[in-house]
Design a protein around this ligand. Sequence first.
Ligand SMILES: [Ca+2]
Length: 457
Amino acid sequence: MTDRSFHWLGQLAYMAVLASLLLGLATPAAAGPPNIVLIMADDLGYGELGCYGATRCQTPRLDQLAATGLRLTDFHSNGSVCSPTRAALMTGRYQQRCGIDGVVTAKKHRDAGMPIVEETLAELLAQAGYATGIFGKWHLGYAPSFSPTRQGFAEFSGFVSGNIDLFSHIDQEGWYDWWQQQSLVAEPGYAPHLLTEHGIDFIHRHKDQPFFLYLPHPAPHYPYQGPGDAANRTIRQGPSPSGLAEVRTVPALAGNDAARAYREMVEDLDTQVGRIVDALESCGLRDNTLLMFCSDNGGIAKPGIGGDNGPLRGRKGQLYEGGHRVPAIFNWPGKIRPGVSEQTALTFDLLPTFAELAGATPTAEIDGTSLTDLLVDNRSLPARPLAWLSGHSMAYREGPWKLLIQKRSVELYNLEDDLAEAHDLAAEQPERVRQMQAAAEKLRAQIRGTTPMQTGS
Ligand SMILES: [Ca+2]
């Protein structure tokens, strides 16, 4: 090596060090853990968004998030109804482990909820230094003793039942259901808009620290009420807060009016998502925020109303794909490359994913798997058996193969060839059925009955 080439290499090394130092200095804000915004729709089906092939509703903001983020085509809610999915989201575990196998109903479960001892996603992120807020539907217990503010959320505005009148904020049993922290409050307005405004306020107040903003929207679950409609429920029992003003009530919408309201609810949801994106942008937080959008279960598939599940069989409440395969979009500019993934993921994967990004470590044994390698490096997830339990029924997945065990039948589908679950292969492949059923029952026995749902207040 000549003196001259040695000198040249030395210069290059010096410049490389200088460049890396300058780059490091140029990106101080991006060095911290990301903000996490999770927006979950209620009963939004697989076929409701433009980016999933829908044409009935216009969803430009969500379509834009999908076009600039990662859209999953094989993402599933853990439950085929509301409360079970929300329990799996909060715990990172199969919801049956904490006793939430079905809906925590406004009629029969007013003194029950997800056990307070559960280690939740919000608790983990709070411990990692995140500001935590939930603005929307909780549905994991009615009494203040089951409030999200007792499960790691520092801030809560919204409702605890499965659905409310979007104008009068009353649940389907006639109880007033609009809270701030652990108190009933009067806050007039169209619920989806109020929740967005709370979310935007939260973003502004916490823009200088990492935050977890959870926005579980009431749309497009019934009652079907667009932004320009009116209330149809009045208080029939329970307490009401001081300062509650009378609201205009009309009969519940039906037929074409309900279909029109349903469409407006989906399109308004899209608008509300856009307002949150705009707030992040105006605060300069977009590049250091992971935004995730999904649904808590499949659509209702109600002819003439809505709840379209696209090419899928079945609907909310069932273990055919239409009950639990849902839209899912991850968006994080500069970190997640735009694309579409066919990897299989579930709601309970969000806890380990968000915890890893926040630098938090769950102490409880969880069932979910972190999706960070998939999101950031587009790497495949490890092969794993997956289960959906509901009462006596069970769906069990091994790769493309799905076994559906119900009270009087066992069905086998290959979802890669037959997404619509139109061709039951159980009679043709008895050996595969036998092997999968044995594995499924073994997994079901492991999941069942770890902790019962907590009762009392
Ligand atoms: Ca739901």
